[in-house]
Design a protein around this ligand. Structure first.
Ligand code: PMP
Length: 363
């Protein structure tokens, strides 16, 4: 009999049946009154859950598009920006900002560690930075940045817009937009929301919207807040054809989040991560991220001496679980295990058991 494969990479994460069902519905017109209401209700719920008085955008595209959308709406040519990089996805922002003609400074951490709020405060004193970007969880390292404490720091710098990349965090790691002084937070549907890939979700607080106003016409078209705000407030208007089934799928994900409770969801992620990480350590693996900055959404798991990455992941896949390889200099040295979104105790138990069977088989 063929094994079902559990996809335990850090995105796309497992999509539960009730969300799949929304994807499989017959597609209607985007002017369908019920769909327009669903879209509108989704936007209202998202703003409520993530506590933002400004705007929420749900737009077809991936996390990378959301990165561009964030920076495009709050900066203009030549502006100083500070990029805080705790790994591969922090580094991705460097190229995005350089191509946009921004003047880029970077604060980087060793992989497995994070830049501290104190280092950020010192750096922000140096120049008039128009924006700072911080990756909440860098998927390449499994580290979590102190976004709340960094928010307290950025608050002291009036001109600096605080952008948080929540792609591997939002709906798993604790995050509230206005409460944490975050100006822009974004994610993709395929991570802790547990929806198929294809949607970018972005929140813009009031300070970010004011900055957008001040910029006048921006060069970018598809990602311009001003093109989308009328649609988010009134989905009967048209700008780009909405991805109807994905929007329904996200609405179902939000329904599940409301049913669970966002605080309870955050707590579940904490408990699951500590259980999984303890079991992996007991099996002889190590975790790349330092203890004090370990994410709850994924683990980047270092192999014990003598375990070959290719063989391990091939046998693990035969045992029914797919994980991702390491990035950058950690390629071949670790595997990346997602544990975010809508996964239950059965999925966790099956995953850990498959890892144990794999170790048995390859030793
Ligand atoms: N930021 C982070 C932290 C990510 O993990 C990813 C994707 N793994 C991205 C940005 C880019 O998202 P996407 O692949 O959806 O474009």
């Amino acid at each position: 009999m063929k094994n079902k494969k559990l996809v335990m990479i850090p995105g796309p994460t497992p999509v539960v049946r009730s969300i799949q069902d929304q994807m499989g519905r017959e597609t209607v017109s985007f002017k369908d009154p019920e769909f327009m209401k669903d879209y509108k209700d989704l936007i209202v719920d998202l703003k409520d859950i993530f506590r933002v008085k400004g705007e929420a955008f749900v737009v077809a595209g991936t996390g990378t598009m959301a990165m561009e959308m964030a920076i495009a709406n709050v900066t203009k040519d030549g502006d100083n920006v500070l990029i805080v990089s705790n790994g591969y996805f922090g580094d991705r922002y460097i190229e995005i900002c350089e191509r946009k003609g921004l003047s880029v400074d970077v604060l980087s951490a060793e992989w497995g560690d994070t830049v501290t709020p104190e280092e950020i405060e010192e750096k922000l004193k140096e120049k008039d930075y128009k924006a700072i970007t911080v990756t909440h969880v860098d998927t390449s390292t499994g580290t979590v940045a102190k976004v709340k404490e960094i928010g307290e720091v950025v608050k002291k710098f009036e001109d600096t817009i605080y952008i948080v990349d929540g792609v591997c965090a939002t709906a798993g790691e604790k995050e509230y937009v206005d409460d944490y002084n975050i100006d822009i937070l974004f994610t993709g549907s395929q991570k802790a929301f547990g929806v198929a890939p294809g949607l970018a979700i972005l929140f813009a607080g009031e300070r970010a919207l004011k900055r957008r106003e001040e910029l006048g016409t921006i060069r970018e078209y598809y990602v311009d807040f001003h093109k989308w705000i009328p649609i988010m407030n009134d989905p009967s208007k048209y700008f780009g054809t909405p991805p109807i089934n994905l929007i329904w799928a996200l609405k179902e994900s939000v329904r599940l989040i409301k049913e669970e409770g966002i605080e309870e969801r955050y707590q579940r992620h904490i408990e699951d991560a500590s259980y999984i990480q303890k079991k992996l350590l007991d099996m002889g693996f190590d975790i790349l991220a330092k203890k004090e900055c370990r994410a709850v959404t994924l683990s980047n798991v270092l192999y014990p001496e003598g375990v070959d990455d290719g063989e391990f992941r091939k046998v693990l896949s035969e045992e029914g679980v797919v994980v991702a390889g390491g990035l950058g200099e950690y390629a071949g040295k670790l595997f990346r295990l997602g544990h975010m979104g809508n996964i239950d105790k059965h999925v966790i138990a099956s995953t850990l058991a498959a890892i144990e069977r794999t170790l048995e088989r390859i030793k």
